[in-house]
Design a protein around this ligand. Structure first.
Ligand SMILES: *[C@@H]1O[C@H](CO)[C@@H](O)[C@H](O)[C@H]1NC(C)=O
Ligand SMILES: *[C@@H]1O[C@H](CO)[C@@H](O)[C@H](O)[C@H]1NC(C)=O
Length: 492
């Protein structure tokens, strides 16, 4: 029998290493989010026409918008006065100047099988769906679309949109039926956009340079000396195919992740690997590496996604720094059903447990219309699992009207209550895997920011697994933990 003082010592030792963990997200490192550093896109030709850019096209002659009748599946018309979903086209970029246009119902705009009439019927994009976009150098919002037959798209009348204009394409008169005004109504700047935007010749070099410089060993030194226990690292599904992932993705992020483990271990820090971008996109956001914003992850993608988890668990299970793996960041309801998600979580959990009994498995709550406690009973049947919730005082209109003090009160009251609901006894641990000191308040004082951060540190400090700040680096100052620490907003 071991002596009581020894047990006590062992207990203290365990407690000193245990959660709750203070961690930070290494966002925009291995999965691109353009808003966090837009300059990374500066070297791309036509950088405003990336994959997933949503555009509306107005005929200068008719003063009407192009419209996919019924949102797709039939004709393309030129008769719309008020642009909305049916008038919005998502770009797929072939190269700097050639594109496909995808409509609401997911078909591609193209030439009909026999003839020059424009339709939106094909579910795949080939030659008839490919257009050369030519911009007016004096006004790049004036464009022409040239089909591969060499002729230009024209709106001759509201019911006749064809690709048969052979006129002089250097003249940009309003009366010309082949001239359109392009209006950008939505953009994406994720990993798909940056890699496909730079293209196969430039992207590998640009991305590798980014991975090697954006996060280095010095950052782990900084974090550990500022009492951060670990890092949550967003990764994308293509990492499983390193060094030759499917195009446009680029190999090398696996080496960067290996480096992160080495640096973390050097400074006694934890690593939480977070599958942030699943094939097919689990939420349609740029940080899921979607091509065009459609959310398509589901049952058919589950086996491949489990294989990514299996690969990561196998590779890192015996690394000292390996603390947890998050199976899927921010799956979105209602597109992703609870049934699909729990089946995937069960399979992902089992994949991890093939290699380690001790690593935590993190289950992200669904975003959108979903009950935040919906995973608790399922999670209670598993060992060493964590429910991940993301708490921002952003992305909801209600926050735009709040004062600094109201935001702070919201943390102490509403968020505190939300967190209590997902922090249960004999169940999964809780993790506030994303939060930030940024808010909608204009002209807030340093003290306001300090109080807002302090409230969150206090309340989120009650999460039983811990929290993770979003993010470590960001050009928008208050989103950057490093900036907040260096400017005395956050003190740990
Ligand atoms: C861009 O793609 C189009 C259509 O596939 C092709 O005809 C053209 O040669 C490509 N341009 C470049 C520069 O690769
Ligand atoms: C097209 O228009 C430009 C400018 O008016 C003119 O210089 C050029 O000769 C025209 N080309 C043809 C093929 O008509």
């Amino acid at each position: 029998m071991v002596s009581y003082p020894y047990l006590l010592l062992a207990f203290c030792f365990t407690v000193s290493l245990a959660q709750p963990f203070k961690t930070v997200n290494l966002g925009n490192w291995l999965v691109t989010e353009g808003w966090m550093d837009p300059s990374r896109f500066d070297g791309i030709t036509n950088k405003d026409l990336l994959d997933g850019t949503r555009v509306q096209l107005k005929s200068t002659k008719l003063q009407k918008y192009l419209r996919a009748e019924n949102g797709g599946g039939t004709s393309l018309l030129g008769d719309s006065s008020i642009p909305s979903d049916w008038e919005t086209f998502r770009l797929w970029r072939i190269n700097d100047t050639y594109f496909n246009l995808r409509v609401l119902n997911k078909q591609f705009v193209g030439l009909e099988t026999q003839g020059n009439k424009l339709v939106a019927v094909s579910n795949a994009a080939g030659g008839p769906e490919t257009f050369h976009i030519i911009r007016n150098t004096d006004d790049p919002n004036r464009v022409r679309f040239q089909a591969l037959n060499g002729l230009f798209l024209q709106a001759q009348s509201e019911t006749s949109v064809t690709a048969d204009y052979a006129g002089n394409a250097t003249v940009w008169e309003d009366s010309d039926p082949s001239v359109f005004i392009i209006t950008i109504v939505g953009t994406l700047q994720g990993e798909y956009q940056i890699t496909n935007g730079y293209g196969p010749d430039k992207a590998p070099q640009v991305l590798r340079e980014h991975w090697n410089t954006y996060i280095t060993s010095e950052d782990f030194k900084f974090l550990s000396s500022n009492n951060i226990d670990g890092v949550r690292i967003p990764v994308g599904w293509w990492i499983v195919h390193d060094p030759t992932p499917p195009k446009p993705f680029v190999g090398g992020s696996l080496q960067a992740l290996d480096n992160a483990f080495t640096w973390a271990e050097q400074y006694g820090m934890k690593v939480i690997v977070d599958l942030h971008a699943a094939q097919g996109s689990q939420n349609g956001n740029e940080h899921s590496a979607t091509r065009d914003g459609f959310q398509e992850w589901g049952d058919s993608y589950t086996p491949d996604t489990v294989a990514v988890i299996d690969f990561l668990a196998a590779r890192y299970a015996n690394r000292k720094g390996f603390t947890a793996i998050a199976l899927l960041n921010e799956p979105m309801a209602p597109g992703i059903t609870l049934d699909t998600l729990t089946k995937y979580y069960q399979a992902g959990y089992e994949a991890v447990r093939k290699y380690t009994q001790t690593a935590y498995v993190i289950l992200s709550n669904r975003l959108g219309p979903a009950d935040p406690t919906e995973l608790l009973s399922f999670a209670s049947t598993l060992n060493r699992v964590v429910i991940d919730v993301h708490y921002y005082n952003l992305f909801w209109d209600g926050f735009t009207k709040m004062t600094a003090q109201q935001n702070i009160d919201f943390i102490y009251n509403s968020r505190s209550n939300d967190l209590r609901k997902v922090t249960i006894e004999n169940g999964p641990l809780s993790y506030v895997g994303e939060w930030t000191a940024e808010w909608y308040v204009q002209g807030a004082s340093t003290e306001d920011y300090q109080n807002f951060a302090k409230a969150q540190l206090e309340v989120f400090g009650r999460a039983t697994f811990g929290w993770a700040y979003w993010a470590y680096r960001c050009v928008v100052p208050h989103w950057s933990l490093r900036w907040n620490i260096e400017n005395n907003i956050i003190h740990l």
